[in-house]
Structures are given as structure tokens and as C-alpha cells.
Design a protein around this ligand. Structure first.
Ligand code: AMP
Length: 196
């Protein structure tokens, strides 16, 4: 099962992906965490992207896709993955479909977590990450609207998009995600039965 957790920065994608990993054993891949690791370790990649990440802008697609391609080639993600913070552009979404197709796989479901903007800002200020000051937060939200939100149409047109109400407790959002996953799994079983 390959799932994309989608939504604006601060929506709780990382928190929910970690819970799905803990409770359902689904592998979790976050491009943002991968980039932060490189920046902290001072790798050449980290040096290249540091200023971009700290300004709230997006890392260029070719760099993002190199990191994703490398991760997907490891055994860890062979059985599927929860993608957190990726894809963030249309080009990334198309490239992800191609990468998975090469492996005989596909995105099964895209869950977008909806949270009002002021709540997003409040949560990110509380989280206090190094790229979480108010000016950078506003920039990340602007970039999300401009470059990332259009990716929702791509998945909606393919019938893969489901919305999750994210203005609730961590546990409530987790249960809503579990509910959606089981509904989709049940529908797939029904359609497999009726087509066989
Ligand atoms: P996140 O942890 O998902 O909020 O990501 C932190 C930062 O890493 C973002 O603000 C971007 O600068 C960069 N980043 C993470 N994922 C991507 C991606 N898929 N495409 C471009 N930039 C990304």
C-alpha cells in the first residue's frame, strides 16, 4: 500500500505518518526529514539546500527526486510507504507515478488533511522548528497554495483523493484516517469480487 499524506505545512502529516508507522507498521518517508538530516550532518546536499529550506521555498524537483529514487530503491520501502511532504509539485507527482510503475506499483490513496490557516500558523509557531518563524511560515503557506495545492486536482482526477478533517485531536485525526483506509480497502475487495 502506497499512501500520500497531503496538506499544508502544519496540518499534522508528520505526526500522522509516525502514528501509522507505530500502529500499522507502514514505512514512513518524509522528504523534509531527509533534508533536515542532510543539513544537520553538513553533507554536500545539505549545504546546497540549506538556504532554500530556511527561506520556506521548495527544493528543486531534480534534487527531491534523487532523494526519493534512492529511498525507494532500498528494501525498507519495498512493501509500500506513507509519503509525507512529497509530492509537492505536479512534476513530482508525475515522476512518483513513473517511479512506482517501474516497480509494478502505484499510489493507492492520497489523504489530504484540512486545517484552517490560522490554526496552521499557531501550530507551527508552537513546534518551534528552525524554519518555523512567522515570516517563513507565511512564505511556506503561500508556496503551498501556489505550487502544491494544484497537485490535489491531479489525484482527484484519478479518483485517489480523500479529505480528512484535521482540526481535531491527534487521536481523532488518526481514527478518521484509519476509517478511510478501511472503507477504501473494503470497496476494493468488493470490486475485485464482482470483477472475478
Ligand atoms: P516539511 O518537513 O515537509 O515541512 O519540509 C521542510 C522543507 O523541506 C520545506 O519547506 C521545503 O523547503 C523542503 N521540502 C520538503 N519536501 C519537499 C518536496 N517534496 N519538494 C520540495 N521541497 C521540499
Amino acid at each position: 500500500m502506497n499512501i500520500v499524506l497531503f496538506g499544508p505545512p502544519g496540518a499534522g502529516k508528520g505526526t500522522q505518518a509516525a502514528l501509522l508507522n507505530q500502529r500499522l507498521g507502514l514505512a514512513h518517508f518524509s522528504t523534509g526529514e531527509e533534508f533536515r538530516r542532510h543539513i544537520e550532518a553538513g553533507t554536500p546536499l545539505g549545504a546546497r539546500i540549506r538556504a532554500i529550506v530556511e527561506s520556506g521555498d521548495l527544493v528543486p524537483d531534480d534534487i527531491v527526486l534523487d532523494v526519493v529514487r534512492e529511498a525507494l530503491s532500498t528494501e525498507h520501502y519495498r512493501q509500500g510507504c506513507v509519503f509525507d511532504g512529497f509530492p509537492r509539485t505536479l512534476a513530482q507527482a508525475q515522476a512518483l507515478d513513473n517511479l512506482l510503475a517501474e516497480r509494478g506499483s502505484a499510489i493507492d490513496l492520497v489523504l489530504t488533511i484540512d486545517v484552517p490557516e490560522e490554526e496552521l500558523v499557531r501550530r507551527m509557531l508552537q513546534r518551534g522548528r528552525s524554519d518555523d518563524n512567522e515570516a517563513v511560515i507565511r512564505e511556506r503557506l503561500r508556496v503551498y497554495q501556489e505550487r502544491t495545492a494544484p497537485v490535489l486536482d491531479y489525484y482527484a482526477q484519478r479518483g485517489k483523493l480523500r479529505r480528512i478533517a484535521g482540526n481535531a485531536t491527534i487521536e481523532q485525526v488518526h481514527q478518521a484516517i484509519r476509517q478511510t483506509l478501511s472503507t477504501v480497502a473494503a470497496n476494493e475487495t468488493m470490486s475485485n469480487l464482482s470483477s472475478s
